[in-house]
Every structure is written in C-alpha cells, then in structure tokens.
Design a binder for this molecule. Structure first.
Ligand code: ADP
Ligand code: ZN
Length: 751
C-alpha cells in the first residue's frame, strides 16, 4: 500500500497491510507507519504493488474509522504536487490540522495563568511621552502590551527581569494595567456580534447573483466590483442559494482574518452557527474541533484565510475568494501554493462554482476572463447610492519648490512639508473640525528607513542580511525587517567616528509624531506590524475606529483592506512611491492596487469623501490611473509592459532560488543549476522554455544565507510543471555551504 509521508520525497513509500487488519484501507486514511527508528503519521494514497526484492515493513495502525481526506481533496493534492513541484506528503500534511499530524493526536490542555491587561490606553503620543519620559522600563512594558493587543500572559514579562516586574507594578498603581488571575485570552470572534446584511440586492447585484447561481459546476466568475459596490452581499446571497438547494456546503476565503473582521461579522450575521471561522487565534484543539464540525457537516460554511481552502467539507457548492488579488493567498513556504489557483482546482473536483472578487483584479484573473476561462461580472457603482471619492494628487516636488520660493531669505526649509503638505494638513484639520475620521497610509513602518553617516556616507546595515537597518524610535533601536536583528543606535559612525548620523526615509512612527504635534487634540491610532503583534490587536484597533474613538488612523497597507467605515471621509496617502522602485515586475500592479484599495475606504457613507495622494512620480501609470479609478486604463498599460520581456500573465513563471552560507559556493551552485537545466532541456529537446539567469536575488543575503536565483519561463503550463519537477527533484546540489534549491512556481515576490 502506498503511503505519503511529510518528507521531501516525491514518491510514496510502500507498506504491507498486516494480516488481521481491516481491509481495504481507503485512500485518504491516516495511518501510523515505521520510518527508520520513528513512527510517523502518513496518508494512504492507494494500493501499490510491492517493489520486487524489497522486504516491506507492515504499517502499525489505521488511525481513524474513516478517511481524513475526501476524494476531491486527494485529487486537489495531486494537482498541487504536480503544479508546484512539491512532495505529495508535504502537500497532504498542509491540508490537515496540526493536531492530526502528531501520532498521538493529543492536544495539550492550556495551562491556566495570570494575564496582564491594559485597562487604560494612552492614545495621545504626547501624553505617553510625558508619563514615560523618565520611566523607560514602564514605557517598554506599555509598548509590549499595546503591541500584543492589550493583554499578555504574566509569564511573558518575567524573563525580562525584575525591572520589568517593578515597572509593571508602577503601571498597576497608575491604573494603566491590571493583573488578572485568568485562564486564556478569550477568543474575540465567538463574542463579536454578527452584522445583519442589507435586505435587498441592487439590480447589478441581482444580475451577478443570478449569473453565479446559474453557473455550471466547475465554472469561475470574476466579480469585478468597485470598492464599496457590495460584493459581500453578492457572496452572501450566492451562499444562501447554495445552502437552500440541497445540502451543499461552501468555503469563503479572505486575505487575513484579523484585518477583515468586518466581513466575517457579516457572514456570521447572515448564517450564524452554520459558519466555522478558522482563524490564527485558535489553538490546535479548537482548530481540531472546528475541523470536526465541518467534517460532520454541523457547520456548513468555512470562513478563513488561505488554508481554509482545505476545510473537510463534502459536496462543496461554492468557493469564494474575496480580494483575490491579495498576495497573502500565496504560501511562502512549502508547499508554495496559491490559494486562488487551487480554489479553482478543488471546485472542479467538487462540482462547485468559484467566485473571485476584487475591485482591482490581478492581471492573471483579468487575462483569464479575457480568454473566456472565467466570466467577468461587473458592479460598476457603489451600493446604496454612495459615490466613489474624488482623488486629488499633490506633487511633493512642487510643494518643495513653492515653499523654497516663498520663504524669507536664508530661512530654513521645513522638511515636514514633504510629510504633511499644506493640502493634506488642511484636509485633516477640516475633518477634525467636523468630527469626521481620516485614514493616513504610509507603507513603511519604523521611524526612518535608514541611518546614514554624514561624514563617510555609510548606512547602518544588518550584519545578517543585505538590507539597511530601520530606525525605530519607540522603543529606540535599529531593527532589521527581514531577520528582526536589533542593535543599539550608535552615537558615532562605527566606520569613521563622525557624530552626525542622519535619519532618512519616512516611516509610520515619524508620521505619527508629526501628526501628534500638528494636531495635539486629535485621537490618533497607528496600525502596523509593530502595534499589532498580538493576535487580536488589529481587530481591537479597528473596533475603536468603528466606535468613533479614533479621529485619525495611520498605518501601513493593513489599513487598505476591507474596511467599511461610513464616517471616514478622508484618505491621505503620505507617500505613494514607497513600493514603486522595488525590483519586482509586480511593483506597479501592487502600487495601483494599494492606492485604489485605500482610496476605496473613503466616502462609503452619505457624507461622501475625498482622497489625497502625495507623490513625486505623478506621471507613473500606477499613480495616474488610481487618480481616476481607471482600472482598465491601468491594465492596458501594464499588460503592454509585461509583453517583452515576457512576464505573467503572458508566461508562467518559476523562480529557482539557490541559497547557502558562503557567497561563492552559492553563486557557483546557482550558475551550475541553471546550466544543468539548460543542458537537460537541450538533451530532452524541450522547447518553449526560457531559463533566465542565474543572478543574485535583489536581497542578496537574508539571515546569513546568500541568495541567487534564476527564472524559468514558459507559456505552456504543463511543460513548466514538468520542468519545475525535473529541477526540484533531479538537479544536483553541491554538499558544501548548506546549499539549498527552492523552486517557487507562480511567485508573488521576486525579492
Ligand atoms: P465591497 O466589498 O464591494 O467594497 P461592501 O460589501 O463592503 O463593498 O459593501 C459596501 C457597503 O454597502 C456596506 O456597508 C454594505 O452594507 C452596503 N450595501 C451593499 N449592498 C447594499 C444594498 N443592496 N443595499 C444597501 N446597502 C448595501
Ligand atoms: Zn537581518
């Protein structure tokens, strides 16, 4: 019998079924098998003739009465293994909850512990600085709590030493924190109220719903609806219809649960207990409970991020991929699958329809519709009579020229004009005066992007990565955003001894400080990786915005997703250009999507709204078309740019990344691997495949590993699958310098 194990092997292992064991064991069953000295959980793939001349070991046990994975899931796994050149056992492992991967399948009971909770938040940056000016330990504890979403187990603070505990006690006396003898931090999803969806779809929504409901099994729809057009109601009505007709089930994928809590609340409001929300806040045991409920059919709708695609539902009728353009649908470790693509495969095997929803569809989905392999449905207008916001551009180069021309002789230029231009400043002031809310986007966290010496020009870099360290102000230090390496801020340049170190490149912390200074009365919240490390931190911040407790929400791309706040009447983009110069063919597409999505947060209510985009590249097509909400215009230009040299959607791509601990060995291995592949293709007479490179990756070193890559391109998907497999399985990799080769099919990032 063939059994797949979660190991990097492309072929299953064969085991004997011992006499007396129930027979046959159906494919998809979990079994316990001996592997060298260990016992491992594997998945039965089917019967296999014993290879001649090998003494087979018997399997030890069949773990469940029924198979854990259904036939459509097994078929999907097989497709994934071929398409992504991934070992089948690794793919199957990714489909199961963690608790079922362990031989015992046992779940450790969570230990009761004491929890430190933030009971008084200090939204005003200035107040915070006043309180903590001479109490850095208290500031550190406060920052950690805030970053963790307002609560931390006491045990997490203990390793920080007695200073942290003393600071904690001081904060307790000030009434800022409380220590509670409590079990676990509760799961906010179960406690959140669901939101009842609107009762009557508009004519455009109705047409989309009818088309999808009438769709043939296995068909794909691209629901292209502008921001605020009411895509969620279309999903909900489609699900309702699927549940009503016979006993079908459904899967809803969202890019990131914590950021899309509002959307999830709507599904729960519509379907209540039929919904299982699979989110990262679940422990292994809770996740297993949800998995079992879906498998039994007591919950019929699975809502979750990427991996919810593998929910153990039967007779799936609809798969929805909301915000299908989001890069988070791609898994960055093995198996490196893209949930949007796999959704269509599972749907085909289930006889389900797929709905891909977005205001800014990926070029892949656009092209799919253009070639007739998906049906494009359009919601051209916002729901309930709302209109798309006006978008104005502020050319920061002109702001600077005007300020230089207008200043008194020898007066210094005020650099904060490039952060909050007069137009953006006035717009924020205006919203504050009217009690309306503003969002400010800057897609770069930290205080300053780098620290450079005035004397010799040296930029403080990470010792482990080829990347500049980001300057963080609270808590102060230099941080590597790739490996989290931390360093103290040097008083002098370590290379030349010069004392003048210049911070350059704007980050969210710096904008936060400036906004706090310019608008001292405003209630400000910042949302980026540094303030949201806790599982529920996002939702807590967003709930405060929804409750009207925040006047200005500042953040990175996190604030661009799925938010529906009617009182947000202004969106300001502090610097539209942060992502434009990245050496990645998707840089323009990502920028256009980000600008369109964040603009789409403005003016969702009856008060309308406006968007101000600050840029130094106003003529770039990613910026220009965002100003006029012109998706088609953008796509036309971007497609032209992808034709030569050819990039997706015109070709399919696999990125082969070779990494190792020594620079020269890595370079040699990458060049060797690319040459090996060229040779193999020539010998086998494979045409229609281009091998480009090898060359260093844009980020040449991460976590002490040097990185080189080469691209494999082909317009023929099947050919690329075979070539990727050949490379992943057959390419000889030298044994030195811990060299590794990773093949990433359909990469979302080439950095
Ligand atoms: P999208 O996901 O397309 O950006 P949403 O689904 O968030 O848009 O809908 C935007 C807003 O419009 C929501 O507040 C929603 O409740 C409202 N809405 C959607 N459809 C209708 C409708 N038919 N009647 C009234 N309000 C609607
Ligand atoms: Zn680093």
């Amino acid at each position: 019998m063939a059994v797949a194990l979660p190991v990097p092997l492309f072929h299953p292992l064969t085991y004997l079924v011992p006499p007396g064991m129930a027979w046959p064991v159906p494919p998809g069953s979990r079994v316990l098998v001996p592997v060298r000295q260990r016992r491992e959980v594997g998945i039965v793939l089917g019967e296999a003739p014993p290879p001649p001349g090998v003494a087979l070991k018997p399997l030890l046990a069949v773990l469940d009465a029924e198979p854990a994975l259904s036939a459509p899931l097994l078929a999907t796994a097989q497709w994934m293994a071929e398409w992504y050149a991934a070992p089948p056992g690794v793919v199957l492992r990714a489909m199961l909850p963690a608790a079922l991967a362990a031989p015992g399948g046992r779940m450790a009971a969570p230990a009761a512990s004491r929890v430190v909770r933030l009971v008084r938040e200090l939204p005003s940056l200035l107040e915070r600085e006043r309180l903590f000016a001479r109490a850095p330990q208290q500031r550190a504890v406060y920052d950690r709590l805030e970053a963790a979403g307002g609560a931390l187990p006491l045990a997490a603070l203990r390793p920080q030493g007695s200073g942290a505990l003393a600071a904690l006690r001081a904060l307790e006396r000030k009434g800022i924190v409380a220590v509670e003898a409590e079990g676990m931090v509760r799961d906010p999803f179960a406690a959140r109220p669901g939101v009842v969806p609107p009762a009557h779809p508009s004519a455009a929504q109705r047409a989309a719903i009818d088309a999808i409901v009438g769709g043939a099994p296995g068909s794909t729809f691209l629901l292209h609806g502008v921001t605020g057009s009411g895509k969620t109601l279309v999903y909900i009505e489609v699900l309702r219809e699927a549940l009503r007709r016979g006993d079908r089930t459904a899967i809803v994928l969202v890019p990131e649960i914590a950021l899309t809590a509002q959307t999830v609340d709507r599904f729960r409001g519509a379907f209540g207990d039929a919904v299982a929300v699979l989110h990262s806040g679940l422990g292994d045991g809770e996740r297993l409970d949800a998995w079992r409920a879906l498998r039994r059919g007591t919950r019929r709708i699975a809502v979750g991020a990427r991996s919810a695609l593998f929910a153990p539902l039967e007779r799936v009728g609809v798969v929805i991929v909301d915000e299908e353009h989001e890069g988070s649908y791609k898994q960055s470790e093995a198996p490196r699958y893209h949930a949007r693509e796999v959704a269509m495969v599972r749907a085909r095997h289930e006889g389900a329809v797929v709905v891909l929803g977005s205001a800014t569809p990926s070029l892949e989905s656009w092209e799919r519709a253009a070639r007739g392999r998906a049906v494009r449905l359009v919601l051209p207008e916002r729901a309930a009579g709302a209109r798309l916001p006006r978008v104005a551009v502020v050319d920061l180069r002109e702001v600077r020229q005007a300020a230089l021309a207008a200043r008194a002789p020898h007066a210094p230029y005020d650099p904060t004009l490039g952060v909050l231009s007069p137009a953006l400043h006035d717009a924020i002031a205006d919203r504050l005066a009217r009690g309306e809310q503003s969002l400010l986007l800057l897609n770069r966290r930290g205080y300053a992007a780098s620290l450079q010496c005035h004397g010799c020009g040296d930029v403080a870099g990470c010792p482990h990565c080829s990347i500049a360290l980001t300057y963080h102000r609270v808590p102060e230090g230099l941080v590597c955003h790739y490996c989290q390496h931390q360093a103290a801020v040097p008083a002098r340049c370590p290379r030349c001894g010069e004392a003048a170190l210049r911070r350059q490149g704007l980050g969210t912390q710096q904008v936060e400080r400036l906004v706090a200074e310019r608008f001292p009365g405003a209630r400000l919240a910042r949302m980026d990786v540094d303030t949201t490390s806790g599982k529920w931190a996002h939702a807590r911040i967003l709930d405060r915005v929804a409750a009207g407790e925040v006047d200005i929400l500042l953040g990175t791309q996190m604030i661009a997703k799925g938010l529906d706040f009617p009182n947000v009447t202004l969106v300001g983009v502090v610097d539209a250009d942060t992502g434009l110069n990245l050496p990645d063919f998707r840089a323009a597409e990502r920028t256009f999507q980000l600008l369109s999505q964040v603009a789409g947060r403005a003016g969702r209510g009856p008060k309308g709204g406006a968007v101000i985009i600050q840029t130094r590249l106003p003529t770039c097509h990613a910026v220009r078309h965002a100003l006029t909400h012109d998706y088609l215009g953008f796509v036309r230009e971007e497609l032209e740019a992808r034709r030569a040299p050819a990039y997706p959607p015109f070709v399919s791509l696999a990125n082969a990344v070779v990494s190792g601990t020594a620079e020269e060995a890595t370079a040699a291995a990458a060049t060797g691997a690319a040459d090996w592949l060229r040779g193999e293709l020539a010998v086998r007479g494979v045409r229609d495949v281009a091998v480009v490179g090898a060359a260093p990756c844009p980020v040449e070193r991460i976590k002490d590993r040097w990185r080189w890559h080469f691209l494999v391109k082909s317009a023929r998907q099947g050919v690329l699958s075979r070539v990727a497999r050949l490379l992943a399985e057959g390419c000889p990799v030298p044994g030195e310098a811990e060299v590794r080769l990773v093949v990433d099919r359909d990469p979302v990032s080439l950095l």
